[in-house]
Ligand binder design. Structure first.
Ligand code: PLP
Length: 444
């Protein structure tokens, strides 16, 4: 498979390898890498023997997408290392299923993308005998997934910048307790300062000369592709149900998760469409409704991993649908959920199903409920089903869960452990000079 920038003309002969896309992150023209080809994965996946298991689906998909650039044994090593955990498709009632994506090491779906990216980088660096420094700015969740995914990887040092005092206690612990090849910098500033420092570091000529700097942020193609695997896996489990009778509902912020689902659909996954569920940061639902895209500053909400006012993956969605609003709106319906509705949903679901939802998943739950209620047309209505993506473990958002339900979800072992270990972070001023000194001293 070859890749092209979303900003390049669609007949541009210059295409890029997976390796280039992974190590560059952003294309030189500022666009995002997206696949040039549209492989058909339906038949090969339907032909897999026995009941679907996630690693097999991942291996089959990845080898069809990435060969010959990565051969069969490289793909096998990558997926087996990347996914010691699986998604779980849990039936709730006649019309609802949860696709639980929070059984990985940081208890959120970002573990799928970060785990795969880390293993791809390790594999590609080893084959070239190179070393790299991964720089990430985080406001919380991305950093913990990246830290866990890259922990102990050969030839890779990870430097995570987070804003001091602006991540939750649990998030900070998840970011800082690991040590080894993970260095956590507690920056005296806001998330935007962290992001600016990372950007400046990438543009600094001396750093570029002396280090192989790379990023692991959510626009990286190496994080996006593996997210298609769990949609394909869920489809294999849903196969007895006709495609037009079920849909995916995706709690969305930067729209990487939904884009991966749309990729899977393009590659042959039969499904009756997608629901883009957002909090009040609703630029995409608005676009789907009226056809104009109006990015704006984000608002803070309880589902804070979805507080994005200018979702970068919108460019990739546009590329899939050739910039045609009608075509996109035919496959994706937008739904917006407020904080008040999120809390009410969390309370109702706990009462009715004895089930804790994280606030992001609650947004998805209510969006799906609305979609199920209003579905109409010949093949809709009776018997329609929603597969709702559960993006984080409820215990990661204990305060909100407690406010909504009056009860506290139990902490899983891995989170208890993180809370007990000592924080190891390096305080840093919010300027490039300090970051540069540290990078050159330690890794130059
Ligand atoms: C990142 C995140 C999201 C949003 O995913 P996007 O791919 O940015 O749309 C939703 N829920 C949780 C828990 C997240 O961490």
């Amino acid at each position: 498979m070859r890749f092209r920038s979303t900003r390049a003309p669609t007949n541009d002969a210059a295409t890029h390898s997976f390796r280039e896309a992974v190590f560059q992150g952003l294309a030189p023209d500022g666009g995002l890498y997206h696949p040039v080809e549209t492989p058909d994965l339906r038949q090969p996946l339907e032909n897999l023997p026995g009941p679907a298991d996630f690693v097999t689906v991942a291996e089959e998909t990845a080898s069809r997408l990435l060969s010959p650039e990565l051969d069969g044994s490289a793909v096998r090593r990558i997926v087996h290392r990347a996914f010691p955990f699986s998604p779980k498709l849990r039936r709730i009632d006649d019309s609802r299923l949860l696709l639980e994506l929070f059984h990985g090491p940081s208890y959120a779906f970002k573990d799928f993308g970060a785990g795969f990216l880390a293993c791809c980088m390790e594999e590609l660096l080893r084959s070239d005998d190179r070393r790299a420094v991964v720089l990430v700015a985080t406001s919380g969740d991305t950093g913990s997934a990246v830290a866990r995914a890259f922990y102990g990887k050969e030839n890779i040092q990870v430097v995570i910048l987070y804003p001091s005092g602006r991540v939750s206690h649990l998030q900070e612990k998840q970011l800082t307790v690991l040590g080894k090849n993970i260095t956590s910098l507690e920056v005296a500033g806001a998330f935007d300062d962290c992001q600016r420092m990372v950007k400046e570091a990438f543009m600094d000529p001396e750093l570029r000369r002396r280090l192989t700097l790379t990023s692991a942020n959510s626009i990286n193609l190496g994080r996006l592709i593996p997210q298609a695997f769990y949609y394909l896996y869920a489809w294999l489990l849903m196969r007895p149900i006709p495609a037009e009778r079920w849909f995916f509902c995706v709690p969305s912020g930067n729209f990487g998760n939904l884009t991966a689902g749309v990729y899977a659909w393009r590659w042959g996954l039969p499904v009756g469409g997608f629901v883009a569920a957002t909090n009040i940061n609703d630029v995409v639902p608005e676009y789907l409704e009226v056809g104009t895209f109006a990015p704006r500053p984000s608002h803070r909400t309880l589902s804070n991993a979805m507080d994005v006012g200018n979702p970068s993956n919108f460019e990739r969605l546009q590329a899939v649908f050739g910039g045609d609003w009608r075509r996109m709106a035919a496959e994706i319906r937008g739904r917006v959920v407020t904080d008040e509705e999120t809390l009410k949903t969390m309370e109702e679901v706990k009462r009715e199903f004895d089930l804790f939802l994280c606030p992001h998943t609650a947004v998805g739950w209510l969006a799906a409920a609305r979609e199920l209620q209003t579905s109409s047309g010949p093949q809709k209505g009776e018997g329609e089903q929603a597969v709702i993506l559960a993006t984080a473990h409820p215990a990661k958002f204990r305060e909100t869960v407690k406010d909504a339900t009056g009860c506290e979800p139990e902490l899983p072992e891995g989170l208890k452990e993180a809370l007990e270990l000592p924080k190891r972070s390096i305080p840093m001023e919010a300027d490039l000079a300090a970051l540069k000194r540290l990078l050159l001293e330690r890794f130059g």
